[in-house]
Ligand binder design. Sequence first.
Ligand code: AHR
Length: 662
Amino acid sequence: MRIKKLLVAVSLTTGSLLPSLTQAQNNSVIAVQVNKPIADVQPTMWGVFFEDINLGADGGIYAELVKNRSFEFYQPLMGWKVTQNKFNEGSVLVVNREEKNTNNPRFIRITKDAAADTLGISNEGFRGMGIKKGLRYDFSVLYRQQTPGLTMHAELVSTAGKVIGSTTLQPSAGNGDWSKAAVSFNATDTSLKASFNIWFEGTGKIDLDMISLFPEDTWKKRPGGMRADMIQLLADMKPGFIRFPGGCIVEGHELSTRYQWKKTIGPVEERQLSINRWNGEFAHRPTPDYFQTFGLGFFEYFQLAEDIGAAPLPILNCGMACQFNTAEVIPIDQLDPYVQDALDLIEFANGDATTQWGKVRTQMGHPAPFNLKMMGVGNENWGPQYVERLKIFSKAIKARYPDFKLVNSSGTDPNGDRFDYLNGELRKMNADIIDEHYYRRPEWFLANAARYDNYPRNASKIFAGEYAAQSDKTVSIDNRNNTETAIAEAAFMTGLERNAAVVNMASYAPLFAHIDGWQWTPDLIWVNNLQSYGTPNYYVQKLYSTNKGTNVVPALMEGKSVSGQDSLYVSAVTDKNTNDVIIKVVNASAKPINKAITINGVKKLNPAATVTVLKGNSVLDVNSFANPEAVSPATSAVQLKGNKLAASLPAYSFSVYRIGMK
Ligand code: AHR
């Protein structure tokens, strides 16, 4: 114990992942035994955690470019600017029709009496709008004519003030009801932070709502869809599941702002907007313009899961608001609507068109079921209040859907009183899947690579639902997605993989961050309005996910699993589909290491193998918009001699060997 403490102290002062004291070379061989599988790797093993944090949805994967398109932010004209050549009281009026439309009460009324006057509105986008030269943009608006006669002249303007695309929209005289008008135009130039102007020409009075601008190049070219480059990065990972919509956003700051899936489906203009709970969470990262318009709602999440081949994992509110914030709870005798939401969600995802909610899904254009098999009840909830509510949810859901799997929260931390209490209670309940979270320093990840070695095998399964190594400390703005954190996570994940008998799912968190609008760092993927890049941590996740295999096999050094000896961390799987053995090796030290690996229990191996290596020159190396692949994997050929592999493991590296078995 004393030695362990000393080692940690040394590592903190040297800045390297592991102290030089542990770097002495050991000549023992790593023996991989492919004919003695220990466990199946679940298809869900490596997944992604999506939350609308850091402009993840609005301003992120949801490709809408107009911010506050329906004037429902608490400041109705937030994101908009009115330009007119002379003061004209009420020329742009915010009108509230709450009595008639509670979901989308506000619209604007434009009045222009003199043709010679100038009147326009301008939207700033989400920290500007990313516009691409030559791309088509689709402008649409809901309108209601009061006095026909106004024409809309729309234009995109670059940061330099240059018009980089324009069009004219002439709404028809209409019949006095709301109608939709749309027109498309091409951008003539690229701009990272453009704005969108609408000038009103002629005279007249018109009501406008849902003023929208989408690029043509959305994911799968779906109108009103998602940002393709960001989704492609997810698809490239081939994730086993996608968890949504969070995260604390499930809980809400208070119950009134909790995530309610039923408000996020159906026609987009009828989805009631909500403040984003990250809007004012951190005084040091205020984001007053952060709202959820739910253009990206539960239907779209399910569709996304289907698109990228990931099992959907929705997390629902359990009748408790965020316990770091208000900690509001719903009285037990009023929990029914919450439980009903969970039951209805299963019907929405899986029911046929004869069921109430299956019919809604069918009407939204997806008659086939989404094949939902699991759901989380509560995010980071804790205490007896959680257990009490969870039991009610579990009883009701299992009564109707006995095979449906439930993910239960073990709170915010992987140890301590809260964790111990919940872990005990959940195991007494025979929980299907326990969700553990760890936002910890890299040393913690290295020291805990064997965390699951002794977890009971025939009991509750584990979902490592949120984790990320923090280069500084949790919620510090100084956290970086650097090589040190990525390598520490890769090392820890050998322990997850080795223990696939009990760990069935894992996901890094958070997933996305906008460089100009983030609240939380580190994050797996960083974006600006035009570009996105994967961090070193992203590549670790991707390497695991795309080298998942089907069966865990032993990888031992001196008869023991390799979990820190000589700064090495090792796990191995075989893949029934490709007939490969895949060996993952992390060298967490500052020195290159040569290591012999033998592959036993197979008649013949293909001597021509490959190794894919992720490494940094320094623990501080990061990726960036300027150099998005500074720390990224490179694949090369390696030659086996019989069943022997001479592994050259660079300093701070993660190597994935793939060897064909004959
Ligand atoms: O991932 C960011 C936040 O961390 C999540 O919303 C929450 O579950 C955790 O505390």
